[in-house]
Design a binder for this molecule. Structure first.
Ligand code: KG4
Ligand code: ZN
Length: 350
């Protein structure tokens, strides 16, 4: 089965071509065009600029990766149709619909968060071979826009256990970096500087650590960092390392405790992490250590699949298809597809 997938939900334009069958998987193409340099100077993604750049890059990406006649071998096209920035989503959807309609290829809309979940299948052969034994699984989604704990009982079967009530984890990393003029995106920079700091130097709050639910909140932590910076007025290199390290440790503690608590409560057979922040080694190490104590398998995506990419969208498409719960659009039906900026994977069924 050949699946062509497109992803343009935020500030990455991505394309992937996945050849997949029962016993094999071959990622023929996987290219991500990042717009980071465009948004860097604003310290965050500017939606209008993101959409305009998608317009410029998506067709060259397609022609570069597919050549002239390659579409004839494509069995399905899939596209991220939410959640994300409406104008960015719209661009990818319009291109995907046009390609599908002209070439008479079925089109499948995919949820971006589901893509992040399937980055684990993309990265772990064991999961592709024996996934039944790892369900139910507890999924921790940590990205620039989302922080969620999801109970996954099987393919396409999700229950939301908790989510952030304000900022997403990645957003908190980005904002803390912005406060110290460290650059964008903040996650990789803050975690790098944190390596050289003392994580106990500042006693930042651990919001909702002991709350009786699986929700998160990171805006108070972010504000605590801001107050510390305001109080100090001037910070040197060492302060910066220590603030990054202490901030990261607060995040690590909250994510680990809530994830492990949910894993125990729902008696899961595995834990999986997905999203851009899944690149963070401290978070992975901490959850790994705790899940090991409970003898729960932990799966994480390869670094190259933590950030936004289309390969994860293709993998999610494949599992939707084989579990017969894909929304397959053909002919004029294609034109009913619209962006769903706030598509909640666990609520709005496909
Ligand atoms: O999943 P993603 O690429 O985009 C969204 O769907 O949001 O996630 C991007 C987020 C950014 O906030 C970025 O700062 C964060 O992931 N990030 C990290 C790390 N690498 C990327 N956060 C913490 N530590 C990292 N190493
Ligand atoms: Zn993402």
């Amino acid at each position: 089965m050949n699946i062509l997938s497109l992803e343009s939900s935020c500030d990455e334009t991505a394309i992937a071509l996945l050849k997949v069958g029962k016993d094999f998987l071959s990622l023929e193409k996987n290219q991500v065009y990042s717009q980071v340099n465009i948004h860097q100077k604003y310290g965050g993604v500017v939606p209008e600029l993101a959409a305009r750049k998608h317009v410029e890059t998506i067709i060259p990406l397609l022609t570069e990766n597919l050549g002239k006649n390659k579409l004839k071998d494509i069995d399905y096209i899939s596209i991220t149709s939410g959640p994300g920035l409406t104008t960015s989503l719209l661009l990818g959807i319009t291109v995907a619909k046009t390609l599908a309609y002209i070439n008479n290829i079925p089109l499948i809309p995919i949820n971006h968060i589901e893509g992040h979940i399937y980055s684990n299948w993309l990265s772990n052969k064991e999961l592709r071979k024996n996934d039944k034994k790892y369900f139910p699984s507890l999924i921790l989604i940590i990205s620039g826009g989302h922080t969620e704990l999801i109970l996954m009982k099987g393919h396409g079967d999700y229950q939301l256990l908790g989510q952030t009530l304000d900022d997403a984890v990645g957003e908190a990393f980005d904002k803390v970096a912005k406060m110290m003029n460290l650059g964008y995106p903040g996650g990789p920079i803050v975690s790098k500087l944190a390596e050289q700091g003392n994580n106990k130097e500042y006693d930042f709050p651990r919001p909702m650590l002991t709350s009786n639910n699986f929700n998160f909140s990171f805006s108070g932590l972010k504000t605590a960092v801001l107050y510390t910076l305001q109080k100090k007025q001037k910070i040197n290199k060492k302060d910066r390392y220590n603030i990054c390290s202490s901030f990261q440790q607060a995040v690590v503690d909250v994510l680990t405790k809530k994830t492990i608590k949910a894993a125990q409560k729902y008696k899961v057979n595995s834990i999986m992490i997905g999203g851009g922040v899944a690149a963070n080694n401290q978070i992975k190490e901490s959850i790994k250590e705790e899940s090991k104590k409970l003898k729960i398998s932990l799966f994480t995506p390869h670094l190259k699949y933590t950030g936004d990419n289309a390969a994860m969208i293709a993998m999610a498409t494949y599992y939707r298809l084989i579990s017969k719960n894909a929304k397959v659009l053909k002919g004029k039906k294609l034109f009913t597809l619209k962006p769903t900026a706030n598509w909640q994977l666990t609520k709005n069924k496909l």
